[in-house]
Design a protein around this ligand. Sequence first.
Ligand code: FES
Length: 106
Amino acid sequence: MPRVIFHDVDGQRIEADAPVGNTIMEAALDNDVAGILAECGGACACATCHAYVTDAWLPRLPTLEEMEDAMLDTAAERRPNSRLMCQIELTPELDGLEVFVARNES
Ligand code: FES
């Protein structure tokens, strides 16, 4: 199983093993990562699964689609390395992915 390294909003580092095919958002919820609220359940309709991807990993992620891009515009403190964790599915190639959870508010 690929491993995702989360840095949650409280500054805690959490290493989570998660099945291929799950989203990063699901991996975060399964591992109680603080700050990933996922209020819309992964429908790309809330931006409360917003996180910042480290520079090394950003180019290795699937392309940012129009819908995710538009939703990220509603997120507080969008940055060039912002992504929505419900829009990224885990693959074996993403083993070691490292993300910093944004200050998501409901
Ligand atoms: Fe709502 Fe990702 S969970 S946009």
